[in-house]
Design a protein around this ligand. Sequence first.
Ligand code: RTP
Ligand code: MG
Length: 143
Amino acid sequence: SARSCHMTQRTLVLLKPDAVRRGLIGEIIGRIEAKAGWTIAALELRTLGLETLEQHYGEHRGKPFYEPLMAFMSSGPVVALVVEGERVIEGVRQLAGPTDPIAAAPGSVRGDFGTIVRENLIHASDSEESAIRELKIFFPGLS
Ligand code: RTP
Ligand code: MG
């Protein structure tokens, strides 16, 4: 049946150190909470070590922005969240907006609050495969 083709998913969201420093975590979590049927399954304030970040952003190793990205992401605490619900993987990516905040439309988190490509406030898993991989890194105990 169509019902058995459910789209309930889990995604990893990080509110990056700039979002924490600027006092925007409530604003961003509020936007996530406001979406129908989405729930927060886990949430933690945490300062990320380089080992965790190398696992998380390994696909970007060797790129010119990799080292500054590592420095930025370890520069202060992040809020790590697991968000669960209907089509959350694509949904949180939409809510975040494109990587470059200047290209992001107003109404998106990056479009409303960002200017700098690196300091773009939020991470969200970009596919089902990435979500599974990233959730294991950040919340290995989650059932
Ligand atoms: P994220 O992985 O953090 O959710 O962001 P994304 O998918 O939109 O972008 P991605 O290409 O995966 O890049 C990861 C993060 O690296 C920083 N970045 N800086 N040219 C640059 O200086 C540059 N490009 C990317 C951003 O923080 C980006 O979100
Ligand atoms: Mg990415």
